[in-house]
Write a protein that binds this ligand. Structure first.
Ligand code: HOZ
Length: 430
């Protein structure tokens, strides 16, 4: 099925000549849902406009960062002002201290923080730090969780690897992934088994505290508490990958929302206000192992970049000063959930809507979706049809059942109603 406009089709054909697959990140290519990706030219608030100026209500929000909608005025103004000072110094600035202090004041259990340029960098650095701190090599990740594209994480990973059913990644050596242990999400017994089988060898358990790379999957009661107590008992570090959830679910992210303490936390997306930013932080005694204080080496020419910092700082300060934003996000997402549930019921096909805060997704499944196997055995062909029908009606959903949707404060009641009406029309015609 091809729902795209003429200009997008022409741009996609041209892009494929000089960019692998025509895109700079695989899921954008629409390969699993079919059709041609929509090329965007601008966005404002809740809306994106494609190359032919067709308007879309956006539920991707740049895969998470645009929590306050697109082209949020104060962030844009701050970027414009700072750009005139210089776009990069490669030397420390006061702004980086202000950013670090702000993060430490918002995020629980983060005494120190190091800025990087992406969520991938944040996760690979946090893992290296956990290994350096504990002197152990192995780590546990969960099937369907995605922690960026560093070699060790590309085992049973979600997001694009799940979307394209990539089981083995050429170029990732056996050596790079031999210390990666995997367990099903929400399965504490499987974690206990891995820990027993690898006594004294596991440096870290890394997890998306609310998973967003196999659709949205919520931790069952007791699961996170169980991980915390296993880590405490075994001297394992608990790493929360809050690239999606950080500053989105609450000012203090999933740690605050779930009431669980992590030893290390990784950030991305919202923390950069739409600029390429990531960060990892945590307990002082662990963070002090990072160079130049310790020997766990990590560096970056553009780390702490002034434009990225001012965008992120302005975003986070807005969130800190306006806690009502989180209530608004929850209420908007609840309305969307209720309306979609009513609308999709018309089709008479089983479906599950998972939601936590402003993360939500639909799986066409007849049983609860609590792990990757559940997500993978849902009717994802039906999701693809749903996706295209919504796209036709100007509703921009992630082009994969293995991605969460992200809600922004820019969405109005009218936008939600329009989205629900589109879903109802599709369900009625099925
Ligand atoms: N890894 C992102 C979704 N989980 C996709 C990033 C993108 O295509 O921009």
């Amino acid at each position: 099925m091809d729902n795209t406009t003429n200009k997008s089709s022409a741009l996609f054909a041209r892009a494929q000549q000089s960019i692998p697959g025509g895109v700079n990140s695989p899921v954008r290519a629409f390969r699993s849902v079919g059709g041609t990706p929509v090329f965007m030219q601008r966005a404002s608030g809740a809306y994106m406009y494609d190359a032919d100026n067709k308007r879309y209500i956006d539920y991707i929000n740049s895969w998470g960062p645009m929590l306050l909608g697109h082209a949020y005025g104060p962030v844009v103004a701050a970027i414009q002002e700072r750009a005139a000072y210089s776009t990069s110094y490669g030397a420390p600035t006061e702004l980086e201290i202000e950013m670090a202090e702000l993060i430490v004041s918002m995020a629980p259990n983060v005494d120190m923080v190091r800025m990087v340029s992406s969520g991938t960098e944040a996760c690979m650095s946090a893992l290296r730090l956990a290994r350096g701190f504990t002197g152990r090599n192995k780590f546990i990740k969960f099937e369907g969780c995605y922690h960026g594209h560093a070699d060790a994480f590309l085992v049973k990973a979600g997001s694009g690897l799940a979307t394209f059913n990539i089981q083995t990644v050429p170029g990732v050596t056996a050596g790079a992934s031999m210390d990666t242990l995997t367990a099903p999400y929400n399965d504490l017994e499987a974690v206990e088994q891995l820990v027993n089988d690898n006594q004294g060898a596991i440096a870290a358990i890394i997890i998306e505290p609310v998973a967003g790379n196999m659709g949205c999957i919520v931790p069952v009661p007791g699961f996170m508490e169980g991980l915390r107590s296993i880590c405490d008992r075994e001297g394992i570090l608990l790493i929360f990958d809050e690239v999606m959830t950080g500053f989105r679910l609450a000012a203090g992210g999933a740690q605050e929302r779930l009431g669980i303490r992590a030893d290390l936390v990784t950030y991305g997306k919202v923390i950069g206000g739409g600029m390429p930013v990531g960060a990892f932080g945590g307990r002082r005694d662990i963070m002090q192992h990072i160079a130049p204080l310790g020997n766990v080496y990590q560096a970056g020419t553009l780390s702490g970049n002034p434009i990225a910092m001012i965008a992120g700082y302005t975003m986070l300060k807005t969130l800190q000063d306006n806690p009502g934003i989180y209530t608004q996000l929850d209420q908007t997402t609840e309305k969307l959930h209720a309306g979609l549930a009513d609308a999709l019921a018309i089709a008479g096909r089983p479906f599950v809507i998972n939601r936590f805060g402003s993360m939500i997704s639909v799986h066409f499944s007849d049983k609860p979706v609590t792990n990757f196997t559940d997500a993978a055995t849902a009717d994802n062909a039906l999701f693809n049809r749903f996706f295209h029908a919504m796209l036709d009606k100007g509703i921009y959903l992630p082009p994969s059942a293995y991605e969460t949707w992200f809600v922004s404060t820019a969405l109005s009641d009218e936008d939600i109603s329009e989205t629900i009406a589109a879903a109802r029309e599709w369900a009625g015609a099925l």
